[in-house]
Design a protein around this ligand. Structure first.
Ligand code: CP
Length: 341
């Protein structure tokens, strides 16, 4: 084992696009070290007496609890804030909110993901004025906390060399709510950088933001891997090593009329990850989903509860990666961590 040190003090984590490959590698190394320490009850209080403000414009189970539990384990404290009980609901500006919260603590994390065109802009405005790092807990464009945990999970299951591996990111049917576009967008932007060939599948009404598709194409070309978009699940799943089928809403209407996304989706009920779809993939392929999943619609119980499903490892890695992001952006001194050489 080798001891290394790292620090990205004050660096915002708004999109993986703004973090170099080497910086993402460091986040993953620190997350791995923190996972080992958590499981072996080795203290890792890198953030004593530090405060993070968690500001939610939308619901959450994994994100809220991974950040709250994570900051406690690091020796700090989280304030859970919902926009409906803050003065933002009376129109207080992101500038004033950013200045004030960062004068009380050491980081601001924000989820603002349901309205295309709003969340990323809001988070960046807070970050422009805050004197502390700002972390994106999911916006309309990216969910960098989720995709970092996904990359960690894929590497744990398939190894670090992912060149030649095929990842299928597919739309799937869900009647529960019009889910944000940021998970598939974040996946197609990040995963080509780490060697995977990525195929995106969606019905015509469920296209992603053009700028994220352009970033995916650019990143794939730079990494000399494939990125393609298809209009059916079968082509995406065929010979895939990893599948991430999940629902999302229609870009044009989900901010103003989310019911329209659900109405249109009804004609695509057959976009479900079931045994027939998984049979198209490699025999040792893995099934992933950021959760919450619409069981019986996005995926059958048979698949999500099968040995090929890694969804609970993926959800657990949200804790370790959130802690790595907080430790490296909030600590005063370089964070020590162990890596296997
Ligand atoms: N995957 C994810 O972000 O889960 P929550 O919406 O529960 O935070």
């Amino acid at each position: 084992m080798t001891t290394k040190h790292a620090l990205f003090k004050g660096k915002d984590y708004i999109s993986t696009e703004e973090w170099a490959d080497s910086e993402i590698e460091t986040l993953l190394e620190v997350a791995g070290d923190l996972k080992h320490k958590f499981k072996n009850r080795i203290p890792h209080r890198h953030l004593p007496d530090k405060t993070i403000f968690l500001m939610f414009f939308d619901k959450s189970t994994r994100t809220r609890n991974s950040f709250e539990a994570g900051i406690t384990q690091l020796g700090g404290h989280a304030h859970f804030l919902t926009a409906d009980v803050m003065q933002v609901s009376h129109g207080e500006s992101p500038k004033d909110t950013g200045i004030i919260l960062s004068s009380y603590g050491h980081a601001i994390a924000i989820r603002h993901d349901l309205v295309p065109g709003e969340g990323n802009t809001y988070i960046r405005e807070v970050a422009k004025w805050a004197s502390a790092p700002v972390i994106n807990m999911q916006c309309d464009v990216d969910h960098p906390c989720q995709t970092l945990a996904d990359l960690m999970t894929i590497r744990e299951k398939l190894g670090k060399n992912l060149r030649g591996r095929k990842l299928a990111v597919s739309w799937a049917y869900a009647p529960s709510y019009a889910k944000p576009l940021s998970v598939p967008q974040g996946l197609i932007m990040l995963m080509p950088r780490f060697g995977m060939d990525v195929v995106l599948a969606n019905p015509p009404e469920y296209g992603l933001m053009p700028e994220t598709l352009a970033a995916a194409r650019k990143n794939a070309a730079a990494a000399r891997v494939k990125f393609e978009v298809v209009d059916n699940m079968d082509d995406a799943f065929r010979d895939a090593d990893i599948v991430i089928p999940k629902s999302w809403g229609c870009l044009d209407t989900m901010g103003t009329n989310p019911q329209e996304s659900l109405r249109i989706a009804k004609q695509y009920r057959h976009w479900i990850c079931d045994d027939a779809k998984m049979k198209l993939t490699k025999s040792d392929s893995i099934y992933m989903h950021p959760l919450p999943a619409d069981r019986g619609n996005e995926v059958t119980d048979e698949i999500i509860d099968s040995p090929r499903s890694v969804v609970f490892d993926e959800a657990e890695n949200r804790l370790h990666t959130a802690k790595a992001i907080m430790a490296l952006t909030m600590a005063d001194e370089p964070v020590p961590y162990e890596v296997e050489e």
